[in-house]
Design a protein around this ligand. Structure first.
Ligand code: COA
Length: 189
């Protein structure tokens, strides 16, 4: 439904459960996310059932499937959560599931498209994210997509045996619209 240069973002479907489970329980990827314990098929199905019926304004979240435009391969998911009507803001999250697909430009392109959705479809004013200070690949992708580093939360999360700082990054509507004014798209169908 939404197109970048390399990816296509679409609604998640219950049929995505198998492909999600193939790669989700993988510490190489999950060490960068808040939940690095194994998820059962049952837990993942319940999550997917919620995600497939989510309404951004009623439920405060939106989760989309990321697909490769070339071959429709399922690459991962991208989301907004804690969407606030009052402040027109949301937190951003993304996971490309297979480590073989890291560093191929999918994350940068997906982030650009999701920012386009946030500002042009949802009408948000500010989008922010938290990422592990050590996650330089993520920060580089986010910067290329338009996020700026705005702060640090010190020792804010525990992962792989130690506490880590979170880097905070955000982008405002005005900044994004300078690059992508109304009427522009990120990619073509
Ligand atoms: C973080 C993530 C979304 C980035 O997407 P991606 O498709 O891998 O990233 P891209 O290829 O678009 O861009 C990565 C950039 O970082 C660079 N990079 C790659 N590995 C790097 C590393 N280990 N250290 C520093 N930079 C790195 C790449 O060269 C590229 O920059 P360039 O285009 O200027 O050369 C993806 O890797 C991912 O989902 N990882 C696992 C889960 C995760 O970390 N989620 C984010 C939690 S906040």
């Amino acid at each position: 439904m939404y197109f970048g240069e390399k990816v296509h973002l679409r609604a998640l479907e219950l049929e995505d459960l198998d492909v999600i489970l193939e790669n989700w329980n993988n510490l190489e990827m999950r060490q960068f996310l808040a939940t690095a314990w194994p998820m059962s098929r049952n837990a993942e199905r319940q999550w997917l059932e919620r995600a497939t019926t989510m309404d951004p304004w009623k439920d405060g979240g939106l989760v989309l499937a990321i697909e490769d435009k070339k071959n429709r391969e399922f690459l991962g998911t991208v989301s907004f959560f804690d969407i606030s009507k009052q402040s027109q803001s949301a937190e951003f999250g993304i996971a490309i599931h297979r480590p073989e697909n890291f560093g191929k430009g999918y994350g940068t392109d997906t982030t650009r498209v999701m920012l386009w959705v946030g500002f042009h479809i949802l009408g948000l004013n500010s989008i922010f994210l938290r990422t592990l200070a050590e996650n330089e690949r993520a920060q580089r992708a986010y910067e290329k997509a338009g996020f700026k580093k705005t702060g640090i939360l010190r020792q804010a999360t525990y992962m792989m045996g130690k506490f880590h700082d979170f880097v905070i990054m955000d982008v405002t509507r005005n900044e994004f619209l300078e690059e992508c004014p109304p009427g522009t798209q990120i990619g073509e169908a």
